[in-house]
Design a protein around this ligand. Structure first.
Ligand code: NDP
Length: 325
């Protein structure tokens, strides 16, 4: 079967489209015929070796996939079931989705809601499912559309695009932050009420700044997140999921102790199953599938490796679907 294979025979990592035997697949109780994988920020880090995402070699990257169950000894799945997988270390420590077949633990799989097909689920991918987890985090903290505008960073990226569309569909006013002014029309098309230059959030952080937003979804970290926190309204909530700008957080406690601001961390990888089921159910009911198509591009399997470099430079828009078969 065809797979992308990352190998590290010495200090240097190599990546190629390879033929591997199905007998090389790792252990698991469900074998899946992969229909689509996708390209996420973490996949780009793994494929380029820009960060130590891959922790065992050789590795098939691909932190997510959608497909059909081929064989199963897990009680919840039978051949023919449509499934989606996000995270759980797949594509990092366990062979991932960028291959024609994947063998995984059935406990990691989510049955696909009726309303979405395999391609749409891939278009959503880990980025979109994480965006939904961020929206759920805001909702759980009581951020409703009447509270005020929600700021979304990295809005033209995968998480940001889906977050913008989801929030707009629920009646939130979205302020989309981007470093690419050329994507302003795209972001308005997804439902953003305003588009903000990223530079407004990358300057020196003040402990507190003028109150602007009732909530935020941040994919950037570093000064972007710190500035976002300083600009939250009283009792505002920020869901933080990413590090596109950096791992650091040069912030002050002032927003927390003087404005009651909440910083909600969002992790998609080890997220418990009930939350995954809720997120996928909400994605199937809330996400405008027309907008999902607008933000999606198909990438041929043999172009994945070269595109990973462009991805890390922030040159890729929205979501990238990789048809595998
Ligand atoms: P994308 O590359 O698609 O999007 C990231 C976007 O961030 C870019 O498109 C760009 O948007 C913006 N950006 C890039 N560089 C910077 C910078 N230096 N400062 C501020 N903004 C920047 O990636 P994804 O959407 O797939 O992932 C986004 C982040 O979320 C990543 O850090 C990823 O690791 C993380 N993530 C975390 C998950 C979790 O479980 N916690 C799950 C999924 C993703 P624009 O051009 O519009 O500014």
């Amino acid at each position: 079967m065809k797979a992308i294979l990352i190998e590290k025979p010495d200090d240097t990592q190599t990546v190629s489209v390879s033929e591997v035997s199905e007998t090389q697949l790792p252990e698991g109780d469900v074998l899946v015929d992969v229909a689509y994988s996708t390209l996420n920020y973490k996949d780009a880090l793994a494929i380029t070796g820009a960060a130590p995402v891959v922790r065992s070699f050789p590795m098939v990257p691909g932190i997510d996939f959608t497909g059909t169950v081929a064989e199963s000894s897990h009680p919840d799945f039978k051949p023919g079931d449509r499934v989606v997988l996000n995270g759980w270390g797949v594509g990092e420590v366990h062979w991932g989705g960028l291959a024609e077949r994947a063998r995984v633990k059935g406990d990691w799989l989510v049955p696909l809601p009726e309303a979405i097909d395999l391609r749409q689920a891939a278009a959503i991918g880990t980025a979109g499912y994480t965006a939904m987890l961020c929206v759920l985090a805001l909702e759980r903290q009581g951020v409703t559309p009447d509270k005020g505008e929600i700021v979304v960073s990295g809005a033209a990226g995968g998480v940001g695009s889906v977050a913008t569309a989801l929030l707009a569909a629920k009646g939130y006013e979205v302020a989309a932050v981007t470093g690419r002014a050329s994507e302003a029309d795209y972001l308005r098309g997804l439902g953003a009420a305003s588009v903000i230059d990223r530079a407004e959030l990358t300057g020196k952080t003040r402990a507190l700044a003028k109150e602007r937003w009732a909530g935020g979804i941040d994919v950037a970290g570093s000064t972007v997140l710190a500035n976002m926190l300083s600009m939250m309204k009283y009792r505002g909530v920020v869901a933080a999921c990413g590090l596109a700008a950096g791992m650091d957080l040069p912030a002050s406690v002032a927003p927390f102790i003087l404005r009651g601001v909440t910083l909600a961390g969002v992790d998609s990888v080890m997220c418990p199953k009930p939350d995954r089921l809720e997120a996928w159910s909400r994605l199937s009911s809330d996400l405008d599938l027309g907008k999902l198509e607008e933000m999606s591009t198909e990438l041929p399997f043999d172009k994945v490796v070269e595109t990973a470099q462009r991805f890390l430079k922030g040159e890729v828009r929205g979501r990238i679907i990789v048809p595998v078969t």
